[in-house]
Design a protein around this ligand. Structure first.
Ligand SMILES: NC(=O)C1=CN([C@@H]2O[C@H](COP(=O)(O)OP(=O)(O)OC[C@H]3O[C@@H](n4cnc5c(N)ncnc54)[C@H](OP(=O)(O)O)[C@@H]3O)[C@@H](O)[C@H]2O)C=CC1
Ligand SMILES: CC(=O)C(=O)O
Ligand SMILES: [Mg+2]
Length: 558
């Protein structure tokens, strides 16, 4: 009897995403499983077989009709934070409708789920909180982290995005409120590169926070303690990494938005030991290199001849410096010659050799000249062709700075990478106006087009989301042993190569976001080719890499 019933159920649910035996739930419980729920799209047969009769309204709808309803709901929302809250709720109810919606119009939805709206969502995370998503690891789990990770219901976790919340965008230390970032970063693995969502796990590594006002906030959801001291943090991270290896052996650990010095130390410690990368260091470096390479296609300049000045010498500044220097060395410069073409400023002025507060990573780029805090004067002396802001200091690229760059260069490359919008070193309008339309400009967020003296200028968005989802997709399919800096250099060139002549003519430095999936699959294909060539991939090389990747893409349908 039971067998006959099961056979008839199987017949009825042929069209469901997972075969019946794989469905964890039926009845009401199934409607509360976001990765299996089809809501009003369950067919009559499915409703009968799965105990759903009477639990849904009569109509049987298509996925497209469900998306239409979502879009109409979004139209009634007052602002993007409300849309963000609604979309996260949708993901909690029906993952397929969520991704179908996002992937139908990535250009519209990236700024809602991610930068800049995610900044507001993080700042108010404790107030907005509705439902658990991802995992929280605290110091109180010390000695039991592997056991805790086993509470995650899925076993084939392929990516963990982990943040301490110690430096969320340019917002500083916001502790457990930073969970919005691992969630948003991983959503873009799927939305931009079709990495299956089932294999993604956001983790907030709750080590405490320096943020006293948050610790006093009644709605704060993290541990209300100051952060762990460095040695304790290292010990807890070591246990976490070991536990991840044990519980999810095929998992890549993506570090995101840790305090700058912690970020650099962890990458140095783990990059040769496990499958890992730091997006703020390596992903950001790659997207900056892509933008510079695209700018060179416009100006006709050579990357090895550029002089690059940074405002900000933290994880992003050091990461970009390292990748640019590596790229310059492939063009024949020695390491010393390459580094001499790079200079960095931080809170204390020029990073130069007499300073006693420099980290080992900063010392490599210490300028030989005398100390100075005068940024504009230094621009005139150093004569940069490329200016990159990764300082979190809004407005630091003032009129004097932009004018100094424009006097030195026919087409100054100016990147205001600090996030979110309120932290950008200058706006697109300022860059184009003060440079009189000469600047090749990009920012961490997408600024609107600017009209200056009758001409329309299209700012680029130099954000690591052009890179890390493609790195994720390449890693998902090729299962490399390690992620090397070369993977990020390949990703940078693959991205720049997709800025065709039409986009170049408009001064655009990055591919259009309308076609982000196509772009990232192309980038991933190049990365995977490199992984096979370099002996990093651990699967058999297919004859047609692109087709093989396309066959593994997540598609939001029932
Ligand atoms: N567009 C993108 O894709 C990405 C953008 N970013 C953005 O870059 C910014 C920095 O990130 P990250 O490097 O990881 O952060 P870090 O905290 O590691 O580094 C920040 C750096 O900026 C310096 N700084 C702070 N205030 C000033 C100031 N007033 N003048 C000059 N320098 C200053 C700091 O100096 P000190 O250490 O002395 O305080 C430090 O060197 C953030 O806003 C982040 O959102 C980061 C990654 C990707
Ligand atoms: C984009 C990003 O990773 C950051 O601002 O930290
Ligand atoms: Mg980041």
């Amino acid at each position: 009897m039971a067998d006959t019933k099961m056979a008839s159920q199987l017949k009825h649910v042929e069209s469901t995403k997972a075969p019946l035996h794989a469905l964890a739930s039926s009845g009401l419980a199934l409607l509360h499983e976001p990765n299996q729920n089809k809501g009003t799209a369950f067919s009559r047969d499915e409703r009968q077989a799965l105990g759903l009769e009477g639990l849904l309204p009569h109509a049987v709808e298509s996925l497209d009709r469900q998306v239409e309803r979502v879009l109409s709901h979004l139209d009634t929302k007052m602002d993007d934070l409300e849309r963000y809250i609604y979309l996260i709720g949708l993901e909690d109810r029906n993952e397929t409708v969520f991704y179908k919606t996002i992937m139908s119009d990535p250009k519209r939805f990236i700024p809602i789920l991610y930068d800049p709206t995610v900044a507001d969502a993080c700042l108010t995370f404790g107030n907005l909180y509705r439902r658990a998503r991802g995992m929280y690891i605290t110091r109180h789990m010390k000695g039991r982290i592997a056991e805790v990770l086993r509470n995650w219901p899925r076993k084939d976790v392929r990516f963990i995005c982990v943040s301490t919340g110690g430096r969320i965008l340019g917002l500083g230390d916001i502790g457990a409120n930073g969970m919005g970032i691992p969630i948003g970063k991983l959503q873009l693995y799927t939305a931009c590169a079709a990495v299956p969502p089932d294999c993604l796990l956001p983790v907030l590594f709750d080590i405490g926070t320096t943020n006293e006002s948050l610790r006093a906030d009644p709605f704060y959801l993290g541990t209300r303690e100051p952060p762990l001291a460095e040695a304790e943090l290292d010990e807890l991270t070591e246990e976490f990494i070991t536990a991840v290896q044990e519980v999810f052996p095929d998992c890549c650990v993506h570090f995101e938005d840790w305090k700058g010095t912690d970020a650099i130390r962890m990458l140095d410690r783990y990059r040769d030991r496990i499958l890992t990368y730091n997006d703020d260091i390596q992903g950001t470096a790659s997207v900056a290199l892509a933008g510079i390479a695209a700018a060179m296609n416009i100006t006709g300049g050579k990357l090895s001849e550029q002089r690059v000045l940074f405002l900000g010498a933290g994880s992003a500044g050091i990461g970009i410096s390292k990748l640019i220097a590596a790229e310059m060395q492939t063009k024949g410069l020695t390491a010393e010659e390459a580094r001499a073409r790079i200079a960095l400023f931080d809170v204390n002025g020029l990073v130069e050799a007499s300073r006693t507060d420099l980290t080992e990573a900063q010392k490599l780029y210490a300028h030989k000249g005398p100390p100075t805090k005068d940024f504009v004067k230094f621009i005139k002396e150093f004569k940069p062709t490329v200016l990159i802001g990764v300082s979190t200091k809004a407005g630091a690229f003032n009129q004097q700075v932009v004018e100094a760059m424009s006097q030195l260069n026919e087409r100054p490359v100016i990147f205001a990478l600090s996030n979110p919008t309120t932290k950008a070193e200058c706006t697109a309008e300022q860059a184009y106006t003060w440079s009189k339309g000469k600047a090749l400009f990009a920012a961490g967020v997408q600024f609107d087009d600017v009209e200056f003296e009758g001409k329309i200028y299209r700012p680029g968005q130099a954000n690591n989301f052009y890179i890390y989802p493609a790195i994720g997709l390449a890693t998902y399919v090729a299962r490399p042993k390690r992620l090397t800096d070369e993977c990020f250099i390949v990703a940078a060139h693959a991205t720049a190569d997709q800025v065709g002549p039409a986009l170049c003519a408009k001064g655009m430095l990055y591919p259009s976001q309308d076609q982000i999936l196509e772009t990232e699959v192309t980038t991933a294909t190049r990365i995977v080719e490199y992984m096979f060539d370099a002996g990093l991939a651990q699967v058999e090389r297919p004859r047609d890499i692109r087709a093989w990747i396309e066959g593994q893409l997540y598609k939001p349908h029932y």
